[in-house]
Design a protein. Structure first.
Length: 310
């Protein structure tokens, strides 16, 4: 196989990806965008949030590989025509996400924020633990990451409900779908986990009115995209106590500005968008297999639908 793969990411290690890709496909030329001198030889692009007009430079591009699961940065771009776009689909990435959410859910289920407060006051305050099945966890989005997470939560004994766009069946998870069931789903989520992609249909979905349907004192965990939640409405609900606590890995504007009210809120746990990351060691095989397929004139696997947005 001949051809060049162009790499672009401000977050990922180029040298590591190059080494791993060339171990899988020794004949593949792997270059950073800034070093490419013959753009017409570029057939593959491995990218995370490339700048505007990035794709215009490569007239013979055949495959775009998104260096993550969420493709919202590739939607609605004028520099991307009909080239297939694939996403990472790596069980280890799903496991990492499930681990983060499990940590956040258990933290609330076991009242850990309360004990953290008590410790600051050197106060021994017993609070009787609740059984997992008494705690209702609602998972919004049952895709590759949401599904694995919902299964993991069910395995821990929580009462898990899932919500997606289309009908789903899952052992141990009560599944709902569509807008008609959203209000009921939210009203039964003591802990709400947001795992939806950011699309025109989901942006701002959790507005003030919908947050009001959560049970009083509910916890909210957002690990997908910040713009799915109306941030001012979330701040108001966290301040009033209607939402008791939030774990936020994603924000409308990242990095979260220094002056943002979330930083000072005691009932908010902030992490800087790392609930799950691309794991080169395991994801490289899927990427190499797709490059090989395209080189062999076969359709790639794990394509996303940019019109749908995920
Ligand atoms: P998928 O694309 O595999 O699945 C998306 C899920 O959301 C599907 O179940 C889909 O329903 C559902 N969905 C989409 N639109 C709607 C809608 N309008 N109403 C109801 N349900 C809807 O996504 P993943 O599980 O792989 O990932 C989810 C998101 O997590 C990514 O899009 C990304 O933004 C984010 N992410 C965050 C990371 C982090 O570190 N914080 C890391 C990786 C990803 P259906 O199945 O019926 O189509």
């Amino acid at each position: 196989m001949t051809g060049t793969l162009v790499f672009y990411s401000e977050f990922d290690d180029f040298e590591q990806w190059k080494r791993l890709l060339q171990r899988e496909i020794p004949s593949l030329d792997v270059q950073q965008a800034s070093t490419v001198t013959t753009p017409e030889k570029v057939h593959y692009a491995l990218v995370w949030k490339p700048p505007e007009n990035f794709f215009q430079r490569w007239p013979n591009l055949e495959l775009v590989i998104n260096l993550g699961a969420g493709v919202d940065a590739l939607v609605g771009r004028r520099d991307l025509s009909d080239i297939p776009v694939t996403r990472l689909s790596d069980p280890n990435m799903a496991r990492m996400m499930a681990g983060y959410v499990l940590f956040a859910v258990l933290r609330y289920a076991r009242d850990i924020p309360f004990f953290e407060q008590m410790q600051k006051q050197a106060h021994w305050q017993y609070r009787h633990p609740r059984a997992a099945e008494e705690i209702r966890v609602g998972v919004m989005g049952l895709g590759e990451l949401g599904r694995k997470t919902a299964q993991e939560l069910a395995r821990q004994g929580f009462s898990v409900t899932g919500w997606s766009r289309t009908f789903k069946e899952m052992v141990g998870v009560e599944c709902h779908h569509g807008m008609a069931s959203l209000s009921d789903f939210l009203s039964r989520s003591d802990i709400l986990v947001i795992m939806l992609p950011s699309t025109p249909d989901t942006r701002g979905l959790l507005n003030d009115q919908r947050l009001a349907t959560l049970p009083h004192g509910a916890s909210l965990i957002n690990v997908s995209r910040g713009d799915i939640v109306d941030e001012p409405a979330l701040i108001a609900n966290l301040s009033s106590g209607h939402i008791g606590a939030a774990t936020l890995d994603v924000f409308e504007h990242e990095p979260l500005p220094d002056s943002h009210p979330f930083w000072a809120m005691e009932n908010v746990l902030i992490t800087p968008h790392l609930a799950s990351v691309a794991l080169p060691g395991s994801a490289v095989k899927q990427i190499a297999a797709n490059i090989q397929r395209v080189s062999d004139k076969q359709p790639p696997l794990h394509c996303v639908d940019l019109n749908r947005g995920y």
